[in-house]
Design a protein around this ligand. Structure first.
Ligand code: ADP
Ligand code: MG
Length: 311
């Protein structure tokens, strides 16, 4: 098949819970990614960060309790840390895998800010729980400081943050130059660091951006041929988990919208993936989105498996 420009979005849940687990996961992930590079495709990587940014957030809160000098660590800073932490492991093991196959390529992680609208309606209705669980008293105190707190499934209280839609990628010109130079780029990790601009200054926004939407936006901006969302399932299903479950190989935008309105995709997991896939497929003739598992990435791009969404 001809050489394609591919944005690969990796699920944060597949990266493990400790540094050791993450090193092992990234080492395993490097192989199917380098398979795509070896076939001649241009690959750009976006990764999730849910568990990792949660861990960093909790760790920084604990550090602040022990030593108040640490101060509050905003979510934007936590996302930035997670991009470095995950990007380091991905670039290191992708580079080693390339080296073992004698493929000469630079691999680089870009600390990426993503523009959001500070008037995005999502800010009025925060939905994403982050960080540690706390007691009612601690929750009340945080609420007074302006945080939105929710009771999370009987396990205690948690902060929730908004999940606004990505509008633009601040470092896009540099990213495009790196891709054009043939480098393997890791960018918009965790959906990117949410920022807006006010009076000529950059403002960090108290939010997290969905990595599925950020990868669709990136794919659109760099005019990729393919958006591949790699997750825990080989295909998208309707009636998921029910006796009449049906795995789908191909979805038109109309069918996908129909299934969304019938509630087939779980919010927070499969729904943003299907929505992101629709957005990219709709953005230009020829743009294709594929949802499949990491192990099946190579077969998926050869049209052998996965769920393809096209206009
Ligand atoms: P990631 O970390 O890759 O973003 P998520 O856990 O957020 O992964 O989303 C993928 C999960 O969505 C799958 O593992 C599956 O359990 C779930 N899921 C929900 N609805 C569906 C559906 N209709 N078809 C397939 N998987 C679904
Ligand atoms: Mg997810």
């Amino acid at each position: 098949m001809s050489k394609q420009k591919i944005v690969v979005a990796l699920g944060g849940n597949a990266l493990g819970n400790s540094a050791k687990e993450q090193r092992e996961a990234c080492q395993a992930t490097a192989k199917p990614i380098v398979d795509l590079i070896e076939q001649g495709h241009q690959v750009v990587i976006v990764h999730g960060n849910g568990p990792q940014v949660g861990m960093i957030n909790v760790a920084m809160d604990e550090a602040q309790k022990k030593n108040p000098k640490v101060g509050d660590m905003p979510i934007t800073e936590c996302v930035a840390m997670s991009q470095g932490y995950i990007g380091y492991h991905l670039q290191r093991f992708i580079r080693d895998e390339l080296e073992s196959r004698k493929i000469n390529k630079n691999v680089v992680t870009v600390v990426t800010e993503v523009l959001v609208d500070s008037n995005d309606p999502a800010f009025k209705k925060p939905t994403k729980p982050i960080g540690a669980f706390c007691t009612k008293e601690e929750a009340d105190k945080l609420a007074k400081e302006g945080h939105t707190m929710v009771e999370d499934a009987g396990r205690g209280y948690r902060r929730v943050v908004a999940s606004p839609k990505p509008i633009d990628i601040v470092q896009k010109n540099s990213i495009i130059k790196l891709i054009d130079a043939g480098d393997v780029v890791i960018t918009a990790g965790g959906g990117g660091i949410p920022v807006s601009f006010k009076d000529g200054k950059t403002v960090g926004e108290f939010a997290v951006i969905d990595k599925d939407f950020a990868s669709a936006k990136l794919a659109e901006i760099i005019d990729a041929d393919y958006l591949i969302i790699l997750t825990a399932v080989e295909k998208v299903a309707i009636n998921f988990g029910k006796p009449n479950e049906k795995w789908l190989s191909k979805l038109s935008i109309e069918e996908a919208n129909q299934y969304i309105s019938e509630g087939h995709f779980a919010p927070g997991s499969m729904l943003p993936k299907v929505e992101a896939a629709i957005k990219f497929a709709n953005s230009k003739e020829g743009h294709k989105a594929l949802i499949t598992s990491l192990e099946k990435a190579k077969d998926g791009i050869e049209g052998k498996t996965g769920t393809v969404i096209v206009k």
